[in-house]
Design a protein around this ligand. Structure first.
Ligand SMILES: [Zn+2]
Length: 72
């Protein structure tokens, strides 16, 4: 699944990736797929800052130590 550049979105319950909208405008929009995973994303760069991120099934790549979100 495509995602937009390196924009990272760290908000509980929201997919962390930005995507291009479906209308071909080229504008990025936040991914609205249902969140299935929670894990850590290490930012590029010498300090390697780690963010807590939530992810849909299609954007799991780049998420470390991913665990399934418990939907109870
Ligand atoms: Zn997503």
């Amino acid at each position: 699944m495509d995602h937009y550049a390196d924009a990272v979105f760290s908000e509980p319950g929201r997919c962390w990736r930005m995507v291009y909208d479906g209308e071909g405008s080229g504008r990025p929009t936040s991914c609205l797929e249902p969140v299935v995973w929670v894990g850590n994303h290490r930012l590029a760069g010498p300090k390697g800052k780690v963010l807590r991120v939530w992810s849909c099934d299609g954007h799991l790549e780049g998420v470390e130590q991913a665990e399934r979100v418990d939907h109870r």
